[in-house]
Design a protein around this ligand. Structure first.
Ligand code: APR
Length: 228
């Protein structure tokens, strides 16, 4: 009987996709340096100026289409050989999936899907004939399936359980500035090995070993260390 694989839970943010060419939010040049959250990332903004919001998300959707997974995403997919890997991501890109990761939870939604604000039905944007902004059969405008400020996030209970049962927790590429996602680090058990990979951070959560630098370099290195 093979020994059970250790539970590895990854909490990822925009920084893991930065080296794939996707903008982060709060770094220099990040999205929130160029747009106001209140103009493009709230339900009120969509109601007030849907064109601006749809244009913002269509641009990000196109950027995601052009982006490729980087060595950080790929190392996590490969790690499934040694670990029971679950990824809880704030990212709305599908780079973890495209790298081959099997268990990915998107707490802030997915930019590859549209949602009817009447029926909550989801529509894949892969097929070119559906766009955000189209009308659903009930006549409501399809919105991006992305969580806006002031809205509930998805799968939080499942994410808490995963972190509580983790043998290893790796936080990568997030400023940990948005709750409730950022609060997940508090659920790591004292016995878990906890690591944080990012480029700059105000404070390191208690019990986390901080590794400052690039995700595409430091994450594969860390996973190799953990395997040996
Ligand atoms: N390698 C590792 N870390 C990086 C890299 C990189 N190449 N580039 C940037 N980072 C780090 C930055 O140092 C920062 O700590 O990634 C983090 C990005 O932080 P944010 O821009 O705040 O992104 P994130 O934490 O994912 O934002 C959370 O805020 O606006 C909401 O819904 C949005 O999901 C998003 C949430």
């Amino acid at each position: 009987m093979a020994a059970a694989k250790p539970n590895l839970v990854v909490l990822s943010g925009a920084g893991i996709s930065a080296e794939s060419g996707l903008a982060t939010f709060r770094d220099n040049g990040g999205l929130w340096n160029n747009y106001s959250v209140y103009d493009v990332a709230t339900p009120e903004a969509f109601h007030k100026n849907p064109e601006l919001v749809l244009d913002f998300y269509n641009q990000r959707r196109n950027d995601v289409r052009k982006a490729k997974p980087n060595p950080a995403h790929e190392a996590l997919a490969e790690a499934e050989e040694q670990f029971n890997v679950h990824i809880v991501t704030q990212n709305v890109d599908d780079l973890h999936e495209r790298a081959g990761s099997s268990n990915v939870i998107h707490v802030h939604g997915l930019i590859t899907q549209a949602r009817s604000s009447v029926t909550q039905e989801l529509y894949e944007l892969a097929d070119k004939d559906i766009q955000i902004g189209d009308k659903c059969p009930q006549g409501a405008q399809l919105r991006p399936h992305v969580v806006w400020f002031g809205e509930y996030i998805y799968h939080m209970d499942e994410a808490v359980q995963l972190v509580e049962n983790a043998d290893i927790v790796v936080v990568v590429g997030t400023s940990l500035s948005v709750f409730p996602f950022a609060g997940l680090v508090e659920y790591a058990s004292p016995e878990a090995k906890c690591y944080l990979i990012t480029q700059d951070l105000d404070q390191v959560p208690t019990g986390f070993e901080y590794r400052q630098g690039s995700a595409s370099q430091l994450l594969p290195k860390l996973l190799t260390e953990l395997t040996n």
